[in-house]
Design a binder for this molecule. Structure first.
Ligand code: NDP
Ligand code: 2IT
Length: 446
């Protein structure tokens, strides 16, 4: 339920942003947490701060033309939504996926603003991307596309302005092509303009692993304060990309047994536990589909289509995409004995799924808290770039673990303070809102 004091503002968001259901969903989820704050602290409604929080500071949409290997011309659309810079330069990833439209980027940038505030590091919120589909494209095609995108994007970004990174469809290869072209156009080796760079040329160690590792750290802490652990737990991690792979790695190191993962075509079930070396070989080296995993591992089964959430587990870690857990999936998870869910992806649980988990008493870690380790380590990369320093893997992972504990504790304590103990959704939204709104009020009407 949205508090009546916020209803008009929400109606205005719907009216001003027609046809963007994911953005409406993300705003609604935050608003549902804020009633109690605005009642207790009316100062947070001053100066239209909530209305301003829902309106991006700047939105950029541009044409991205490129040639494929046969010389055919393709036209894609590029986006950058610079949502909020109260706490620091705009910061957030780029997503390349055919489903990307303005509403996707807006919802992700809105979420990013709150997530980045939770890290307690000096970063504002943004997101960008394109409806370009990298699947089946050669390295050269991807390079030409990245160069064309950067030919426009470069004028909007900078280490003190806006710092993009990866997301779905954008990893180390794409960041390399984007950085190379930025450097060429600007004649500046401005390391801090992009994060997720190669570790030989300015990238932070642990950035690649950080989102998945961070989600595992959050999950472990959430289980610990509730008197249990990951030890011997049967876990399911959806997706098989950057976040999924390193969530599987850390959960396995922590004693969990991950028995299934997926891509958009199908589901792998591997009762003995996912073979991580094989998964990395298939996904990171060969850029192949999960069918290649099944072919190389006779004990595993591959099912085309279907829902990964039908497989019984105690812990579920969705790491693919938004709204990948429906209400039906959530009911299936609960009836199969699931006790905890941690969102590695952004907004993977639908609103109905979140309600089902809450009613069933399932521990639920929302994405803006659980997957904040990625962007937090991006901020650590920015620190290293600014000081021309290079930290070890061990040092950086320790920093990540501390940041995740800090995020967990802030969410946990805020939920208690506002009368909803154990509600990490409320804890995350209220903590982040207070930080961003506090800074916005201090900075005046901008
Ligand atoms: P990748 O591109 O590396 O992997 C994405 C995975 O999710 C692939 O297995 C992909 O399958 C699957 N997937 C993507 N879109 C869909 C879809 N529409 N339906 C079904 N499956 C889909 O991306 P990441 O691992 O980086 O990102 C995964 C999630 O984590 C996203 O929600 C992202 O926003 C979030 N995230 C990422 C961070 C990062 O640092 N990279 C940080 C914080 C959150 P297929 O190959 O078949 O498309
Ligand atoms: O959703 C996310 O937090 C990311 N894709 C990472 C953003 C970043 O700037 O590292």
């Amino acid at each position: 339920m949205i508090d009546e004091k916020l209803e008009d503002i929400y109606d205005d968001v719907l009216r001003r942003n027609p046809g963007e259901p994911e953005f409406h969903q993300a705003v609604r989820e935050v608003f549902e947490s804020l009633g109690v704050v605005v009642s207790k602290h009316p100062e947070f409604t001053r100066e239209g701060v909530i209305q301003r929080l829902c309106e991006p500071e700047r939105q950029i949409i541009f044409r991205v033309p490129w040639h494929d290997d046969e010389g055919r011309v393709h036209i894609n659309r590029g986006f950058r939504v610079e949502f909020n810079s109260a706490l620091g330069p705009f910061k957030g990833g780029l997503r390349f996926h055919p489903s990307v439209y303005l509403g996707t980027v807006k919802f992700l940038a809105f979420e990013q603003t709150f997530k980045n505030a939770l890290t307690n590091m000096p970063i504002g919120g943004a997101k960008g991307g394109s409806d370009f589909d990298p699947k089946g494209r050669s390295d050269r095609e991807v390079m030409r596309f990245c160069q064309s995108l950067m030919t426009e994007l470069y004028r909007h970004i900078g280490e003190y302005t806006d710092v993009p990174a990866g997301d779905i469809g954008v990893g180390g290869r794409e960041i390399g092509y984007l950085f190379g072209h930025y450097k060429r156009i600007t004649n500046r080796y401005e390391s801090g303009v992009l994060t997720g760079k190669g570790t030989d040329w300015g990238g932070a160690l642990v950035r690649k692993e950080a989102t998945g590792y961070g989600a595992a750290y959050f999950l472990e802490e959430m289980l610990r304060v509730n008197g249990t652990s990951l030890d011997d737990r049967t876990c399911i991690v959806s997706g098989s990309g950057n976040v999924a792979i390193y969530a599987i790695e850390k959960i396995t190191q922590m004693g969990g047994r991950v028995v299934a993962c997926s891509d958009s075509d199908g589901v792998i079930f591997d009762e003995k536990g996912i073979d991580l070396d094989l998964l990395k070989q298939v996904k990171e080296v060969e850029r192949a589909r999960l069918t290649a995993y099944a072919e190389a591992r006779p004990d595993a089964t591959y099912q085309e289509g279907g829902s990964i959430w039908d497989i019984p587990c105690q812990v579920a870690v969705p790491c693919a995409t938004q709204n990948e857990i429906s209400g039906r999936d959530a009911r299936m998870l609960v009836s199969n004995g699931c006790i905890a869910v941690a969102e590695g992806a952004n907004m993977p649980a639908s609103p109905e799924a979140v309600r089902v988990f809450s009613q069933a008493g399932v521990l639920f870690a929302p994405g803006k808290a659980a997957n904040a380790g990625g962007v937090a380590t991006s901020a650590l990369e920015m620190q290293q770039n600014a000081s021309r320093d290079r930290w070890t893997f061990e040092h950086t992972e320790l920093r990540l673990a501390k940041i995740m504990k800090g995020i967990h504790d802030a969410c946990f304590e805020t939920a208690e303070t506002y009368g909803s103990p154990g509600d990490y959704v409320k804890g995350a939204n209220i903590t982040a809102f207070q930080r961003v709104a506090g800074a916005m009020i201090a900075l005046g009407l901008v």
